[in-house]
Design a protein around this ligand. Structure first.
Ligand code: COA
Length: 167
């Protein structure tokens, strides 16, 4: 079976592709998890082309997840956030490509990147009621280390688990 591979977002069309994937995936997946107002707020503030470019400029690396040349999702990582850890800031796959082992491929690749940088773990945050993703992360070996509730502006909050995986 074909493996998922990461391709760093660097060209204009790749920034557009990542933002486009975000809009499709978030509107489909987060309906029922967070309000539609919050989805639109987060897309505008964190997943627009401008927001992705700004994040890239401050060291948040975006990658397209590709399978046989097709963009099936996107990922963002921040090395040393916090110091010694790789923050897996985003991992989102289109619905039709879930449950096929692609997140396992992605996590393995991110793990290799973390090892090359001598980082000790991969850290992520996931909404507590995003239960299918929490279950997938648990299967991938992540464990819940902390719960946090953070304000994200616009009167919205994210009520998250923090999960970590040793590399
Ligand atoms: C979370 C997500 C990235 C996982 O990706 P995926 O490609 O579906 O995961 P995989 O197919 O690689 O599965 C990894 C493991 O989790 C398990 N798994 C996947 N989905 C699961 C689910 N809904 N319930 C229970 N286990 C699940 C798989 O069986 C596999 O374990 P195994 O190899 O021991 O059988 C993907 O489902 C997704 O994009 N979800 C929507 C967006 C989202 O919420 N992203 C996370 C934001 S924090």
């Amino acid at each position: 079976m074909a493996k998922a591979k990461l391709k760093r977002v660097s060209r204009e069309r790749e920034f557009l592709a990542a933002a486009d994937l975000a809009h499709t995936i978030w509107r489909e997946h987060y309906a029922g998890i967070i309000s539609s107002d919050q989805i639109e707020y987060m897309l505008e503030h964190f997943q627009s082309v401008a927001a992705i470019r700004e994040a890239d400029a401050r060291g948040c690396e975006y990658y397209l997840v590709r399978v046989l040349g097709v963009n099936v999702g996107y990922v963002a990582i921040e090395p040393n956030n916090p110091q010694g850890k790789m923050f897996l800031s985003k991992i989102y796959l289109l619905k039709e490509y879930r449950g096929k082992g692609y997140a396992r491929d992605v996590v393995n690749e991110v793990r290799e990147m973390a090892r090359a940088l001598r980082l000790k773990s991969i850290r992520l945050t996931v909404a507590k009621n995003n239960t299918s993703s929490v279950a997938a992360y648990e299967r991938l070996g992540f464990t819940n280390t902390e719960d946090i509730c953070k304000e994200i502006g616009g009167g919205f909050v994210m009520d998250d688990h923090v999960m970590e995986l040793s590399v």
